[in-house]
Ligand binder design. Structure first.
Ligand SMILES: *[C@@H]1O[C@H](CO)[C@@H](O)[C@H](O)[C@H]1NC(C)=O
Ligand SMILES: *[C@@H]1O[C@H](CO)[C@@H](O)[C@H](O)[C@H]1NC(C)=O
Ligand SMILES: *[C@@H]1O[C@H](CO)[C@@H](O)[C@H](O)[C@H]1NC(C)=O
Ligand SMILES: CC(=O)N[C@H]1CO[C@H](CO)[C@@H](O)[C@@H]1O
Length: 644
């Protein structure tokens, strides 16, 4: 049978497609966006800090060859809520460019801004530090005006007031090897440094470099017995973090000296070393290969700092597991004391990358980096939550949590499609989303009888996921959706969109007029309408709870003969809530026909509706799934700079 054949073809394609991308979300309204799904374990939701997750997944650190560019948006800045529900997909903004250190910025003014590093692109751009406002509009783009190769990926640290920001620098320089007792030899090294930049002009205001400050023998990467190197040279210090306190002094982390340095804001001299071979402090602990050092508090002489003790890198490990450390430094008595240690929950090692963030309620949010592994802890260290990407193909350099109000200037995206086999069972499916909008609690849907007809409310739905689906009886056209906040106010409305219809009604089994049905007058239909439902996108997260109420609302509004089909199909509202709806369009082979398929399947012994239709979604095959290259990603950088 033609139909059965088409059906099996359809399922075959679906299965094949899912095998490759089941770890990614998909949306009818934003078909290019393929946000990563999460595996989340909540240990105690009640103690979780309010706020969203800020991550920037990447597959490989170096910019991709243009011919390998992913066909769908996966890498870039992304915001999720505490349940892994997508809030904002920022990948379309910078067309799949890698982004690092994506974070909420609360120290500029009363509002929360966003900042991140836009990765360099060969032959095109050195990359930049980006600051966005809550409308996702570009506020500042801090570029690289000097001779440096790129805007380094490790740090973009906007300082209080937002006028300046810190960044790390890597510079190839030739150095004399006298420190190794070989004064007649020269070697190229990659020195580490930092700059304080004017965020308005990108001008370098402060510049500091290890070249004349950190001797070669402090390195655990370049040794006295190693051969000198030509350019680019030995990556002998590997700077990966910089911060500044109110007194105007800096701290930096150098991974290849296992040391955190205090640097005078006055004259750039090294005030003290914490850790490594030449530590100035009496310490009751060890650390190594550390990341993300930050001032938590500082009054000039007494500091609390936080950092991630990796205790390992791509070459080996010094301790058994990685941990977030909060350390109190007394620079008068020269003592360093651990005041908080939070071990990696899975007892693993974070060999590269990572972050530690003290939240306003004193919870601690830690990014362990690989596969986006992250955890939140109560002030006493209790584990509240762990999460990681379902996908093994991605990591994020750092991860942050924070409250944020997002108000995109773009309007909500709506897609509506009409299906049915007779005038009596015509149904309109509406999908809506508003990329980046926080605090949307529901949607109202309107249709018009004709082009300039007045909008008639045809239903509403609670927002339970990034994308909300709504099904309404009848042929509804000239659709709009309004985003509703918790007080019932309209936050924004979509443009009026026309509903998509099958190219050939007869071919999809429609019995009736060869030209197909005509749009209904929503003011008539909505009076008798019922059996509508709304679902969250079940592809992404399990967010269908609110829908059952929705269906009840509608089924209680009465019945009519024209919708008996619906009332039977949706008899049990709870089960409908679990039903999976998906729209597809099959355009292949059959000369551009649209096949409408309604499959009833059994879920837990009870009938649930499974609608699978290939909607106006090009059957683009899934070709360019990026993958990590089998070696730790930062090692690429290492290899690029160090000889073997
Ligand atoms: C800095 O903090 C320490 C410890 O809280 C305190 O003993 C010291 O007096 C403070 N110094 C200044 C200059 O406030
Ligand atoms: C690592 O773990 C092993 C076995 O649990 C233990 O014997 C060893 O002392 C640990 N090493 C360090 C450096 O903590
Ligand atoms: C929407 O959510 C609210 C609050 O959770 C609930 O009381 C209401 O019944 C829901 N309404 C619909 C239409 O689902
Ligand atoms: C247990 C262990 O090996 N700890 C190491 C941590 O890193 C420091 C360097 O900063 C080493 O001195 C410790 O031995």
């Amino acid at each position: 049978m033609l139909f059965a054949g088409a059906l099996s073809l359809l399922f075959l394609q679906t299965v094949v497609a899912q095998r490759h991308d089941a770890d990614l979300m998909s949306f009818v309204t934003l078909p290019e966006v393929r946000a990563l799904k999460w595996e989340i374990t909540h240990h105690d939701r009640t103690r979780a800090a309010p706020g969203y997750w800020f991550v920037a997944p990447y597959g490989q650190i170096s910019p991709e060859n243009p011919t390998q560019k992913y066909q769908q948006y996966q890498v870039g800045p992304y915001i999720y809520d505490n349940d892994g529900m997508l809030i904002w997909a920022g990948a379309p903004l910078y067309d799949n460019r890698n982004v690092f250190d994506f974070r909420p910025v609360t120290n500029i003014d009363e509002e929360t801004h966003l900042s991140f590093i836009l990765n360099w692109e060969a032959g095109n751009s050195k990359g930049s530090g980006i600051i966005l406002d809550k409308n996702y509009k570009l506020e500042k783009e801090v570029g690289v005006l000097n001779d440096l190769h790129d805007f380094n990926m490790h740090e973009f640290n906007v300082l209080p007031g937002g006028k300046t920001a810190l960044a790390c620098t890597y510079r190839n320089q030739e150095i004399n090897m006298a420190d190794f007792g070989r004064p007649t030899e020269q070697s190229w090294v990659v020195t580490g440094g930092f700059v304080e930049l004017d965020t308005e002009t990108s001008e370098v205001l402060v510049q500091w470099d290890t070249f004349d400050k950190i001797a070669l023998h402090e390195s655990n990467m370049f040794h006295s017995w190693d051969s000198p190197s030509g350019p680019p040279g030995w990556d002998y210090v590997h700077i990966n973090a910089v911060d500044k306190n109110a007194a105007g002094d800096y701290i930096i982390s150098l991974r290849f000296t296992n040391t955190i340095y205090g640097i005078s804001g006055e004259d750039g001299h090294i005030m003290w070393r914490l850790g490594g071979a030449e530590s100035d402090f009496a310490m009751d602990f060890t650390f190594s290969k550390q990341h993300d050092v930050k001032f938590v508090s500082s009054n000039g002489t007494h500091h609390v700092i936080s950092f991630l003790n990796n205790a390992s890198d791509e070459r080996g490990n010094d301790e058994n597991l990685s941990a977030a450390l909060f350390v109190e430094l007394d620079t008068i008595a020269m003592t360093a004391t651990v005041i908080k240690r939070i071990n990696r929950p899975d007892s693993g090692l974070t060999r590269l990358r990572g972050s530690v963030q003290l939240l306003p309620n004193d919870n601690v949010f830690i990014g362990w980096s690989e596969r986006g592994y992250q955890s939140e802890h109560a002030p006493n260290g209790d584990l509240l939550m762990t999460a990681r990407f379902v996908s093994e193909r991605y990591s994020t350099y750092r991860a942050y949590k924070g409250e944020f109000i997002g108000r995109p200037t773009a309007l909500p995206d709506v897609v509506a499609s009409v299906y049915g086999t007779s005038d009596e069972d015509i149904t309109t499916l509406i999908h809506v989303s508003w990329n980046g909008a926080t605090d949307v609690v529901g949607w109202k849907f309107y249709a018009q009888a004709y082009d300039h007809g007045s909008p008639v409310l045809i239903g509403q739905a609670n927002k339970t996921d990034f994308e909300t689906m709504y099904i309404v009886d009848g042929y509804m056209d000239w659709i709009t959706a309004e985003a509703i906040d918790k007080n019932g106010n309209v936050m924004s409305a979509s443009r009026v969109i026309r509903s998509e219809i099958p190219k050939n009604w007869k071919a999809v089994g429609f019995v009736g007029s060869a030209t197909g049905p005509t749009p209904d007058d929503p003011s008539i239909v909505s009076a008798v309408n019922k059996g509508s439902s709304s679902v969250g996108n079940t592809d992404s997260t399990d967010g269908t709870d609110g829908m059952a109420d929705m269906v009840n609302d509608h089924t209680s509004s009465g019945s009519s003969s024209s919708s008996d089909h619906s009332s039977n199909a949706y008899a049990d509202a709870k089960e409908v809530a679990k039903a999976v709806y998906k729209a597809y369009e099959v355009i292949r082979g059959v000369g551009g026909l649209l096949i409408f398929i309604l499959v009833a399947c059994t879920v837990g012994g009870i009938i649930a509706g499974l609608w699978r239709m290939f909607k106006r979604r090009k059957m683009r095959s899934y070709q360019h799934v990026p993958s990590e290259e089998g070696i730790p990603v930062e090692e690429i950088h290492l290899r690029a700079h160090a000889p073997e």
